[in-house]
Ligand binder design. Structure first.
Ligand SMILES: Nc1ncnc2c1ncn2[C@@H]1O[C@H](COP(=O)(O)OP(=O)(O)OP(=O)(O)O)[C@@H](O)[C@H]1O
Ligand SMILES: [Mg+2]
Length: 435
């Protein structure tokens, strides 16, 4: 097991495409890190550079205390599990797991011990003599992991290992991988574009956009304090609502009335004529079920709900509204890029299951202003998070890894980190794709 350190890593493909841009990341020994982002953002490229299947154009990659840029994949001693598990169909489960050890000419007795230990752990004992073709998707997945485990590699690297499975099995395997990783305590880098996996599996999540790191943080921090519009729109389902507002002094004129943010959310609005306000669906509520003491922390406004989706434990209400043309165009652009659910100019509001607002009628909706974010519509920067970071109330964006494995915590030595990864929160800072 070992720490993995990436320093200013770049990848330019043969055709000039700049797929990974100045990526720096410290992955602690034993840490579980997720790489997430829309299709084509460079996740697989980054992973393949770590394993050694792809050359690093510039920058330094260290595993443990060694520079490994020039090392062949087999000398890096990492284990990679791909989306298609690449099992050998003519070999039994036992021999599939034993394969890397046979290659390394490991003595039979030791092979047997290691294979059996892995199969115990993965609950594959009763399948050892079977062939991969006769196994379920989840069992095949476990065989692939068994092969990774017996090698006693320094780290596990996963590239969308669950994307071929159906939803139920995905859920099971997700829990399985999480449990196994905790038990083995092995450094793991896991690529996915499934944000449920990203949020549930990782100690920290790295959000990539067009080859540039946007934010590195714990799942909770990403959800509560996304550094820019991109991260805010990418993490969370249904996505965060974005509402345009014109600024006069410290008043925000929105399509739903005039709002003033509480002191805990104050940002410097001078120099901004228009901002985008962000509020997650659960920041809203049916005003009639909010108690008086809570109500004073937010605003109540009238809105017409056109559709309600009742899910049993909660319900989502949809409120269409008019937004200025430029804001609408910008949201449409973001939506295309996020390759995700609609960020259209409608509010998606989570209501308590007990709420009885009927569809198609005007209703009183409450919004918790303590949970509102203010974004600069041009750069996309989350002004609330910058303000919180300046006041020392938010985690720095990339807490330096602690030496002792799990869950790095912000502390001495990490406070000098900027709130956003090297200017990447602003679109203008991005280099063109080819140059
Ligand atoms: N061999 C190559 N030559 C040129 N460009 C490439 C090559 N391989 C990948 N790319 C480009 O690099 C970018 C990143 O590709 P990568 O496979 O890392 O994306 P990804 O984030 O893994 O996407 P997905 O979620 O679709 O798997 C893409 O725009 C892709 O077109
Ligand atoms: Mg990929």
């Amino acid at each position: 097991m070992a720490a993995i350190t990436l320093k200013d890593i770049n990848k330019r493909y043969g055709d000039g495409f700049h797929a990974v841009k100045d990526v720096s990341l410290d992955i602690a020994d034993g840490e579980f890190v997720i790489l997430v982002g829309p299709s084509g953002c460079g996740k697989s490229t980054l992973l393949r550079m770590i394993v050694g299947l792809e050359d690093i154009t510039s920058g330094e990659l260290r595993i443990g205390d060694q520079r490994v840029n020039e090392k062949a994949p087999r000398d890096r001693n990492l284990s990679m599990v791909f989306q298609n598990y690449a099992l050998y169909p003519h070999l039994t489960v036992y021999e599939n797991i034993a394969f890397p050890l046979r290659l390394a000419k490991t003595p039979d007795k030791e092979i047997d011990e290691r294979v059996r230990r892995a199969s115990d752990l993965l609950e594959l004992n009763e399948h050892l003599e079977r062939k991969p073709a006769n196994l379920s998707g989840g069992q095949r997945q476990r065989v692939a992991m068994g092969r990774a485990i017996v090698r006693e590699a320094q780290a596990f690297l996963f590239d969308e290992p669950l994307s071929n499975l159906d939803a139920k099995l995905r859920g099971q395997m997700r829990t399985e991988i999480s449990r196994l990783q905790k038990r083995l305590g092995i450094t793991t880098v896991y690529v996915t574009h499934d944000q449920v996996e990203a949020m549930t599996l990782g100690d920290r999540v790295v959000v990539l956009r067009r080859g540039v790191i946007q934010q590195v943080a714990t799942p909770r921090e990403l959800y509560e304090n996304p550094v820019n519009l991109f991260v805010a729109g990418f993490i969370g389902s249904p996505p965060m609502n974005f509402i345009s507002a014109t600024v006069t002094g410290d008043s925000l004129h929105t399509p739903f009335g005039e709002w003033k943010l509480p002191s805990s959310r104050t940002v410097d609005l001078s120099g901004h004529e228009v901002v985008l306000l962000g509020a997650r669906p659960e920041a809203f509520e049916d005003a009639s079920v909010v108690s008086d003491t809570v109500r004073e922390h937010g605003v109540v406004f009238d809105a017409t709900i056109d559709v309600i989706e009742w899910l049993g434990n909660e319900q989502y209400a949809y409120v269409p509204y008019e937004a200025p043309e430029d804001i609408r165009a910008q949201l449409a652009e973001l939506e295309r890029e996020l390759d995700s659910e609609a960020l259209r100019t409608q509010l998606v509001v989570a209501l308590d299951a007990s709420s009885r607002i009927p569809e198609g009628t005007p209703a009183s909706i409450w919004l918790d202003l303590r949970r509102v974010h203010v974004f600069d519509p041009e750069s996309g920067e989350n002004l609330t998070v910058s303000a919180l970071a300046q006041r020392g109330e938010a985690e720095p964006n990339q807490p330096a890894a602690t030496g002792d494995g799990r869950r790095p915590a912000p502390g001495p030595g990490t406070t000098d980190q900027p709130a956003t990864a090297s200017g990447s929160a602003t679109e203008s800072g991005e280099a063109p794709a080819t140059s």
